[in-house]
Design a protein. Structure first.
Lengths: 244, 222, 222, 244
């Protein structure tokens, strides 16, 4: 078995219109910029995939990555905890114009719902958001004298994540805090694509150090020197670049 | 009566495991399936206690007792092995990430119900991971002798022993036949050529149905 | 009116953090608390995005953008730092493993209710990890100016802005005072010496109670 | 901060009568034999701690470890998935004599309940055990057309676990499949004691390789060459050894 995919374009070629797409990263840290841009390029060339639901902690920054997806009109709905950033204009404008939907989820609930999706737990109770506007309409229950909100699992058709080292079997490690949502998104998506800075043979990752076991990963694509979203934004990058 | 040995049943079950499949084998007899992977195919074995992609048993005396499977038997590392904790291990199970789980059975009913953890209120009950495995693996198969030691059917109309899971089994590899479960009925797929349909039916606790031809169950040299 | 600067409020809050405490500081102003750890004490800082035990900000130009805190600001490694994923990070939060969370506030009510995530239906709502942090940390404290920019009380009878959590705050460090919340009441612990009780009460939206002496709020040189 | 404890005896000195004690290990793999035996020695010397509830996947094997705890009469109740082993006599006899209680929990549910206890999730739904005797009396609910059982979190007063390397701050790594329940038990117990084969200074464990962050660990005690339960049982060991 070999989960390597030859190109970024191939890695995102099957994502259909209307798909729910989990995208790793917290702000720019862990954002799979190259996979996102390959998806945008496909959309600009073919009109697909359109009307996506994107699940990420944030809602993009500047004019690259998720912000660029939104700017190009591919995204019908964001599921996130914090749709603000240094430069959130793209999301903000579409949101205020009613052109994009928002499901706001407390960050820990977002993480736990994703983990539940990957772990076969359809619902769980959390103290988070009890008594607040974000709990409206959700079942509540009391356990041991304290009140909790019932939350449902969150799954996706596809996860796009960024990892540091991956082997042919899909075992992954991450780089520092770029890990964030990637391991749980890999669990929760029907199809997980990881862009990795280093590809190694099976055995090239210490079995103790594997963070995401290959069972959660379907495709691995090599991106040796990935862009850092923060660097792109500091350089005022825009995707796609407008030809002169 | 001629019937398949346990090894031969395990061999038959192994033929249906595709290359690259993620597989959990129940402790005991089902573990034997790993020995019979067809050439050119390599399944990736999962064990409840937190290993994915382990290798076969070590030579006697070479055991490392931190490297065991769910049956507490020593296994070995392979390139690409990964370790993880128990909650992650059962996230793999319950979360639908395994392609196949192959389990033993006391009884399997025509509606797919499985009883394989308790023979009743006597003795010490023990369940292990069976109740999790039946909910999660994309395909749950059973390997078993066709009848109990005293000749009673193990493929039954309705389980009389405590259930492990409801409507979970989709294929049964027995010492006499391969039987699918579909729409609440036993569908005979293969049987030993020397055995007539009526003979097999008489050893089975619920009606065997046919849906097209019944193939010969191969008796492999293992 | 003399009042503490943000740095001085942060300094005061830092005095209550014991050596070895696990601490989460909300993004923005609360992050400043880390600068004022008393000598000989070392808290271990947690950030929602999966780091425990990180160090202070790197020198400009030395940032590694994979090593950031929840406010997306660059931090540094320290001996003993650990990385983990988001679900584990919030297991730490919700599971009661943090000793202290220090957050900003729009309003805090005398019953401990906190409003700090939304100023109403206008604009784009954003909640981040605040609703999780208020349920889990053993002690939830707020640091804030005593009044809003236009002079309205932030310590109120009942929050009028959307709530972050119910009955969660137990101590408030303001620009004028230190106030505990106990049994649904504001208990004044410290106030600026130059400020009379009545003056402070007039800037506070619910009755201030006393339980023993009110200490002088120190104005540190920071 | 330094979480190192000088001796095994000190590490188990505070566990009270009636405590719920999670003990790491799956069979012998990961069993913190030295911590368990220190606890037995304390019980034999002082009569405490008695009437313990022990949470472990199994219920002991032979006459060492958890089996020895049961044999000495310290254990009022076992919470486990599989109270069988190569030599389960000690538990079996007490159980059949009605001298020890048993809460039988499916293994994945046991793991998830422990993880929920550590993660602040008071209850969750799982397909496991639906329609079986082990779901009796538990609430059930349907989500997306499938039936699930509501399970509650499981916490403990103390966890005793075995790790491979630990630093002064309590960060831990494990050795192969000895990891099993230890990381989640460390999360779910009010007080977690880890015996470790190697103690290192903070920084001695790669931050990427930490499996249990120190926030989940309260005490670390050095056991440089820990016994392997399987080896003890193959040598017919008994704890405490009877003096000649």
């Amino acid at each position: 078995m070999d989960k390597r995919i030859a190109s970024l374009a191939d890695a995102v070629s099957d994502i259909p219109d209307g798909a729910a797409v989990m995208i790793g990263g917290f702000g720019g840290s862990g954002a799979p910029i190259e996979l996102i841009h390959a998806l945008i390029d496909r959309y600009l060339a073919t009109g697909s995939p359109a009307r996506l639901t994107v699940i990420n902690n944030n809602a993009g920054n500047g004019h690259v990555g998720i912000a660029a997806m939104i700017e190009q009109g591919m995204v019908a709905k964001m599921v996130c905890s914090f749709p603000r950033s240094a430069d959130p204009r793209v999301f903000t404008e579409k949101y205020l114009a009613g052109e994009i939907a928002l499901e706001l989820v407390p960050q820990g609930t977002l993480a736990e719902r994703i983990r539940a999706g990957g772990a076969g737990i359809p619902a769980f109770y959390t103290p988070t958001s009890f008594g607040t506007d974000l709990a409206e309409g959700k079942p509540v229950a009391e356990f041991e004298g304290r009140s909790y909100v019932q939350e449902r699992w969150l799954k996706a058709d596809v996860a796009l994540i960024k990892a540091e080292t991956g082997d042919h079997l899909g075992n992954l490690t991450y780089r520092m805090a770029a890990r964030n949502f990637a391991p749980i998104m890999a669990m929760a998506a029907a199809h997980t694509v990881a862009q990795v800075s280093h590809i190694v043979e099976p055995g090239g990752i210490d079995p103790e150090a594997v963070v995401t076991p290959g069972i959660f990963v379907d495709a691995v694509v090599s991106v040796p020197n990935p862009a850092q979203e923060e660097d792109l934004n500091r350089a005022n990058a825009i995707h796609p670049q407008v030809s002169a | 009566m001629t019937k398949l040995t346990n090894a031969q049943i395990a061999w038959r079950a192994a033929q249906d495991i595709h290359d690259g499949a993620y597989v959990n084998l129940g402790i005991g007899f089902p573990e034997m399936v790993a020995r019979f992977q067809p050439k050119g195919r390599q399944a990736i074995f999962h064990t409840e206690n937190g290993i994915l992609g382990f290798g076969e048993a070590p030579a006697p005396g070479q055991e490392d007792w931190d490297l065991i499977n769910a049956g507490k038997k020593a296994v070995t590392l392979k390139p690409g092995t990964a370790f993880f904790h128990h909650a992650d291990s059962f996230a793999m199970v319950r979360g639908g990430h395994l392609d196949v789980a192959i389990l033993g059975a006391y009884q399997v009913a025509q509606n797919g119900d499985l009883a394989n953890w308790s023979t009743g209120p006597k003795g010490v009950p023990a369940v292990g991971g069976a109740m999790d495995l039946v909910h999660g693996a994309k395909r749950v198969a059973v390997i078993t002798d066709h009848v109990t030691k005293d000749g009673k059917p193990k493929l039954v109309d309705r389980c009389t022993l405590p259930l492990t899971g409801l409507g979970c089994v989709t294929r049964i590899y027995t010492s006499l036949a391969v039987v699918d479960i579909k729409d609440g009925r036993f569908l005979l797929r293969e049987k030993l050529p020397a055995l007539s349909f009526d003979e097999l039916q008489s050893l089975t606790g619920a009606p065997l149905h046919r849906d097209g031809d019944v193939a010969d169950l191969i008796v492999p040299e293992v």
